[in-house]
Ligand binder design. Sequence first.
Ligand SMILES: [Zn+2]
Length: 244
Amino acid sequence: MTGIPDTERGARQQLAACYRVFDHLGWTELIYNHITLKVPGEDGAFLINPYGLHFSEVCASNLVKIDIDGNRLDDSTHPINPAGFVQHAAFHRALPEAHCVMHTHTTAGMAVASLKDGLSISNFYSAGLAGQVGVHPFEGITTRSDEGPRLIASLGGKRALILRNHGLLTIGRTIPEAFLRMWALQRACEIQLAANGPVEPVDPAIIEEHRRNLSQMVKIGNIGDAEFAAMVRLVDRKDRSWRD
Ligand SMILES: [Zn+2]
């Protein structure tokens, strides 16, 4: 990564680490799905995974730099999936705070996205997310940019989105923030599916109290920083090659 500014190098490494964390958690889908990140200090530049590689193969140097229309901005020889970026670009384009966009096709996420009643506010994690998750109707694979305004409308000022029949999506000002949001949503979906029998909805009055309590928890650094750092240390014990 010679000649790459320190800010971009740092962004590449943190994003590559995030791909490895997703792999560690099993949030992978063959060579599909994307986590995208704005390049700090460079307007209109984004990093995306090279198309054709598994998340476990992503490293700082093979991430591809592209513009908002999916045109490459570096001399990478790796292909990218322009269709895959269309959905992410809708959020990066419309929301200045959407520095990071994550999208998964996990079994639990897609299963809850396929349930008629969607996410049920019946467990610790979904109660913490109550009122914070938008729902977007399925329009087929997201390859048309005209779906962008409808995706933003479905998000409705929230930071997490269930794509009906399809999967989960979160945005964040940082990778750790988007990661922690995705982790909570994924856990909520997993627990909802694991519940065997009629579920007990969380009392609306308790939801408010629960959300207030969660927001007052002791914070270490910015949102998600400590959680993400712990996961990166875990990944490091397996393979440190994401830094390269
Ligand atoms: Zn998808």
